[in-house]
Design a protein. Structure first.
Length: 62
């Protein structure tokens, strides 16, 4: 089996921030771009925040 010279496993402690950051960023991207208020029914403030985020990113929402 050919192995790359000098390769070694990455410790879990270095991967932990990425394992948390990726799902959180995907959830935020969903809420800002595709949600259209379905999840943010808990208050008008959150809905308006996501609505303004769509306009800021240039995502059509109406």
């Amino acid at each position: 089996m050919n192995e790359l010279a000098g390769s070694r496993p990455i410790p879990l402690s270095r991967l932990r921030p990425w394992l948390l950051a990726v799902p959180v960023s995907l959830l935020l991207a969903y809420l800002v771009t595709f949600d259209q208020g379905a999840v943010s029914q808990m208050g008008s403030y959150l809905h308006e925040l996501m609505h303004d985020g769509r306009h800021l990113l240039g995502v059509p929402c109406h």
